[in-house]
Ligand binder design. Structure first.
Ligand SMILES: [Zn+2]
Length: 317
């Protein structure tokens, strides 16, 4: 989510040669991507038909780390509501999560990855390069529950990783994911050319090393749908990938029909609780502002129409 910040920092650090690369941009990762064989595209209306039925999935949200980043990246400070509230571009306390999905037949999956053990124990051995760690101010990151430690305590193996998007702070735990584990993203995430840099790509590549080619959800575009598209991941209506582009081209929210009711995992379609509750979209970390506003409004309309849905924002409780 700090693509621009990183690009600027790296350009400043390395001088003019990378300035050209900064303009052209690098693919997020050079890791291969192909269409997912898991999941069926269905109209989001099909989700509404089952939304209020009790679901089979156990869902657990784990706070992997506390962190702080600049508020202007997370919340559009130029929005009249943000201005009226007097919000300034100061450090905003945030958290880095992963969400465990336990499906009775399909097994254990996680949404996003938290942070890897090495970020706490031996940062220089982390998949995140020193340049990335310093550009992303990871010295402010307080690791609480590294993914690797948590995985080691699980009775079941990890069957797959569902990503909300491919920004570095959502794959900071990926190095702890066992090799061979399938990783799923929205379309175009790997190849998205952002103001990201060679160091960012190297870190993403290292985090994904040993994993199969990324599996991209095959949404079919719904022009007037609740979302741009929807995929029923297991084919039983229990977990849905919802296409909400803008923050990144393939940004995906997940709707989980848990044993305790429906839960909507927004990813960075809204990083903050304040932004979500005050109808103010994300700020400068977002690639396509207008498109992100569209997705944000669709998500808010969905949540307003279904107040029983428990909404979890990207980086706060
Ligand atoms: Zn992000």
């Amino acid at each position: 989510m700090r693509a621009r910040l990183i690009a600027l920092s790296i350009v400043a650090a390395l001088g003019g040669t990378l300035a050209v690369a900064g303009v052209v941009g690098f693919a997020t990762t050079s890791h291969e991507a192909r269409k997912s064989s898991l999941g069926v595209a269905r109209p989001a209306a099909d989700l509404l038909a089952v939304l209020d039925q009790p679901g089979p999935v156990e869902l657990e949200t784990v706070v992997s780390a506390d962190w702080a980043v600049e508020r202007g990246g997370l919340i559009n400070l130029d929005h009249p509501t943000a201005k009226a509230a007097g919000l300034k571009n100061e450090d905003e306390p945030i958290q880095v999560f992963f969400h465990a999905i336990r499906h009775p037949e399909k097994g254990l999956f996680i949404v996003d990855t938290g942070v890897e053990k090495a970020l706490r124990d031996a940062p220089e051995q982390s998949a995140m390069s020193g340049l990335v760690r310093s550009a992303m101010q990871m010295e402010k990151l307080k690791v609480l529950a590294p993914l690797g430690e948590w995985l080691a305590k699980q009775p079941r193996p990890l069957a797959g990783v569902f990503l909300t998007h491919l920004h570095l702070d959502h794959i900071t735990g990926m190095a702890d994911v066992p090799g061979g584990t399938p990783v799923y993203t929205g379309p175009g995430e790997a190849s998205a050319r952002m103001l990201l840099n060679a160091a960012g790509q190297g870190s993403a590549d290292r985090a994904l090393k040993g994993k199969p080619a990324l599996s991209e959800w095959t949404y079919s575009h719904e022009a007037a749908g609740l979302f741009e598209g929807a995929v029923d991941i297991f084919g039983d209506g229990s977990v849905w990938a919802l296409w909400v582009p803008g923050h990144t081209p393939g940004s995906t929210a997940y709707l989980v029909r848990s044993t305790k009711g429906p839960v909507l995992l927004l990813g960075d379609a809204s990083h903050t609780r304040w932004g979500w509750e005050h109808d103010v979209e994300p700020g400068t970390f977002t690639a396509d502002g207008p498109r992100s506003v569209e997705s944000f409004k669709k998500l808010r309309a969905f949540a307003a129409a279904h107040p029983n849905v428990d909404v979890r924002v990207g980086h706060q409780h």
